[in-house]
Ligand binder design. Sequence first.
Ligand SMILES: C[S@@+](CC[C@H](N)C(=O)[O-])C[C@H]1O[C@@H](n2cnc3c(N)ncnc32)[C@H](O)[C@@H]1O
Length: 270
Amino acid sequence: MPQSSDQPTPPEPSAAEPAPAIVATPRRQAALQFAAAFCVLSLAWPYFGLRNEEMPWPATAFAIGAVALLFASATRQPWWWRLIHLAFAPLAWGVAQLAIDPGWFLLAFMALLLVYRGALTGQIPLYLSNTATAAALAELTADRRGMRFLDLGAGIGSVVRPLARARPDARLTGVENAPATWLAGRLRTAGLQNCAWRWGNLWQTGLGDYDVVYAFLSPAPMPALWRKVEAEMRPGSLFVSNSFAVPGIEPSGIVELDDARRTRLFCYRR
Ligand SMILES: C[S@@+](CC[C@H](N)C(=O)[O-])C[C@H]1O[C@@H](n2cnc3c(N)ncnc32)[C@H](O)[C@@H]1O
């Protein structure tokens, strides 16, 4: 059973918190990897060149990985980024030995883009709300008869599809901009009369027509999304963010689910 609290949650004490990590944007991570490669190659190339010896590429790749790990640790990147930095150059060297036609890499990249476009363009990857979350949303909005509900970045319809079935009185809308997920959601919601499935950018979707707006995105867009919510959502409407709180804003309530993920729905009444 979900537990809800209408009391604002007190902020966590911050005195003992470590200094925040330098923000891990993809561009910064690429620069970090490039810097490690530049450091190692600018030493290794002249060294082996002057000795007239062939470059030992496997050792060089591991050295780049080690230096990248050092840089990632020094800039306090999350642990998974440190692992990626350590493994990237050795793996790139290993894959190069397989002599695979580059066209396959382009194909794989395009296939990933069809599903994970949001991760590349806005640091919003695809992961899905579970059935417990959809049930909790139905319960949370039970008193809003005839509500207009919007899922911003609707994935494959994991929320709007069960809600449309559970709430025939409501009008559900899902907006999604990754081609493959949009198509999956379109097929999954076809035939549901009270469900509109739209291709679109969440940042260009007006929020003023909706009673409840739901988002399950990532920490990265939350400050900008909150500015949009404040500017566009009407008084009395409800913004619900799965797992990611709006930094610096007290939710009007938090719904805690008893599921394996320990899902938390941060609710902000306008
Ligand atoms: C974490 S998933 C959540 C999916 C769905 N709301 C759910 O709860 O199951 C986030 C979704 O937002 C989509 N997305 C990312 N950026 C978007 C954008 N600018 N406009 C529309 N959708 C976007 C992604 O493609 C992804 O499907």
